[in-house]
Design a protein around this ligand. Sequence first.
Ligand code: PLP
Length: 314
Amino acid sequence: MFQQILDATNRLQGFVHQTPILSSLTLNKMIGAEVYFKCENFQRIGAFKFRGAFNCISQLSDTEKQRGVIAFSSGNHAQAVALVAKLLGIKATIIMPSNTPQVKLDATRGYGAEIVIYDIETEDREEVTAKIQNKHGYTLIAPFNNTHVIAGQGTVAYEFLDKVPDLTTLLVPCGGGGLLAGSAIAAKGLNSSIRVIGVEPELADDAKQSFESGKIVTVPVSKTIADGTRTTALGHMTFPLIQQYVDEICTTTERAIIEAVKFHLLRMKIVVEPSGALGLAALLSKSIEPKGKVGVIISGGNIDPPVLQNILGE
Ligand SMILES: *Cc1c(COP(=O)(O)O)cnc(C)c1O
């Protein structure tokens, strides 16, 4: 799998942004450690998901490319699949729930994808997707449960450790676990003594429960503000990788996530969405003990304006 991440790094050359690595002396003083942030909020489409989508879609066969791709997502995966398909000249269809914010519909449509909206009250997402998929022969691009997607997401940590090789700890947000699994494999492949920690909201702690019980635990759909991590369970591909390569999963409160978004904005001058701020939230709430040089992956920056307004009004 490490080799697949190396291959993905080469494949993504020239298509992906080499995102900046930032730090804050104020923060380092506050928590008594050296912290480095890998800023995927500056990635294309505003989140790391461009990497997995590109690594996956660019490897489809010519026939699959001619037929087109399909994905279901209301968030960053939708925009990632739409943009990658556009860059590669492939037709993309995205299935989105009826309660998707207008800004996200517009962004996805802006990349040229066809949007199909399903009624969350009366229709089943998977049925809607399967019906369209079968009719047109589209290839489904899964958001995390796909080897090529996982390898693509792993390039975040690969780039990070390439620039800062002596990190002692790496904090990674976790939803379905694609970013965490890929990043853990890349990080351990480059530096076997690094401690890799997944971070998820306390209100959606399925990964922690799964990690500790040794089997995939499903939780009800969460209301956490960190909408990129509202997935109800890890995937059957991400879970064993996380068990093998990750050292620990920690959780953070909603309050800590809000404080972290504010810190990123007001102190570091960067816009980070709640899911992207989980690593800093874990540090600010002392959910983990920082030792040595701590790396934090900021996973994305696509925050809904009303959510940002609420956070700033607190
Ligand atoms: C998708 C996403 C996550 C979670 O990633 P997984 O690979 O599903 O664990 C975290 N943060 C942001 C910004 C995301 O878009």
